[in-house]
Design a protein around this ligand. Structure first.
Ligand SMILES: [Cu+2]
Length: 326
């Protein structure tokens, strides 16, 4: 059996174990646990959880432990807002020991993304790794609230994954409303427009165009091996999506702007918040967008290819979505 076949068998074993665990949960839980909406017709206790639709990747970032790997904070997970603190953590492997060997992805062994749970902010940090496997980052949680910290990494001997844990900044929490759907964002004097809609269950293209003072920016600087780095989070549970750049600096076909394209795999229809990091003028800038993903068979409500059936555009709940910047 070659290595990939072994890995495949290993993954299959895990899938079976997880399915079994869900089955047990169904037995132990309340009989009304018909969260699939069929509460009037409870499933027999021995029925395993239905499999995910084919082709839809399991979302990352929702679990603190997965496939034998566990994200473990080594410092307090409740801190004072606005005060920089040393945040240390380990990733332990299937052998229970901190992982020390990682594969480099996007020029780093581990990316730490921190967002407030209301998605009203974004930080992308690169912690330092000590020889014993402990990661440490200087981290400030700016306002009171609950935050999600995502560790995005690939162990040397395993598949890439993103584990997530909650962090807290104590104090009076004033949750912000998620901004409405928008195709444009401004940040640090740049205007960024978005073309393309995410589609559930398939890799859809998201293309951003960067301009400044009305002129297209054509000299973007490489950032983490690309002209942009995109993180997509699902509203409601902050599922973390893997997004791959459509090209990279120096490949002979990818221009340094104004257009930066990605392929995004979205696990379900719904609302997502996109955070695009790009480098220009010596600094990294983050443009944020709220988008609506449709399914492969049902386009997003505001998609331009969908004719408004009856109501006038003004009566549309999304107000015609595209180009409607706040
Ligand atoms: Cu990073």
């Amino acid at each position: 059996m070659n290595t990939s076949a072994k890995l495949g068998a290993y993954a299959l074993g895990l899938a079976v174990i997880f399915a079994g665990a869900f089955g047990v949960g169904g037995v132990a839980g309340s009989p009304a646990a018909g969260t699939d909406g069929h509460g009037a017709r409870p499933a027999p206790a021995t029925t395993p959880a239905p499999p995910a639709p084919a082709g839809v990747p399991d979302p990352e970032g929702l679990q603190v432990s997965r496939n034998g790997y566990t994200l473990t904070p080594q410092t307090a997970t409740t801190v004072k807002p606005g005060k920089e603190a040393d945040f240390r953590f380990t990733v332990t492997g299937p052998d229970g020991r901190p992982v020390t060997g990682y594969r480099v992805q996007h020029e780093r062994k581990l990316h730490l993304i921190v967002v407030p749970r209301d998605l009203g902010g974004f930080q992308h940090l690169h912690p330092e790794q000590a020889a014993d496997g402990v990661w440490s980052a200087r981290l400030t949680l700016p306002q009171p609230g609950v935050y999600r910290a995502f560790a995005d990494f690939a162990p040397e001997t395993g598949q890439a994954m993103t584990l997530g844990t909650d962090l807290h900044a104590a104090g009076d929490y004033a949750p912000r409303t998620l901004p409405g759907e928008s195709r444009t964002a401004t940040v640090d004097g740049y205007a960024v427009t978005l073309d393309g809609d995410p589609v559930a269950g398939s890799a859809g293209e998201l293309a951003f165009s960067v301009s400044r003072d009305g002129r297209p920016v054509t000299d973007l600087q490489p950032h983490l091996g690309a002209y942009g780095h995109l993180v997509a989070l699902r509203a409601g549970d902050l599922a973390y999506l893997h997004v791959h750049p459509g090209g990279e600096p120096g490949d002979g076909r990818t221009p340094a702007g104004p257009r930066v394209a990605f392929l995004a795999e979205v696990p379900s229809p719904g609302v997502y918040r996109l955070f695009l990091d790009f480098r220009h003028g010596g600094g990294v800038h983050t443009a944020a967008f709220t988008v609506q993903a449709g399914s492969a068979t049902t386009p997003a409500p505001s998609s331009p290819v969908t004719p408004a059936p009856t109501a006038s555009p003004a009566a549309s709940p999304t107000g015609g979505g595209h180009g409607h910047a706040h």
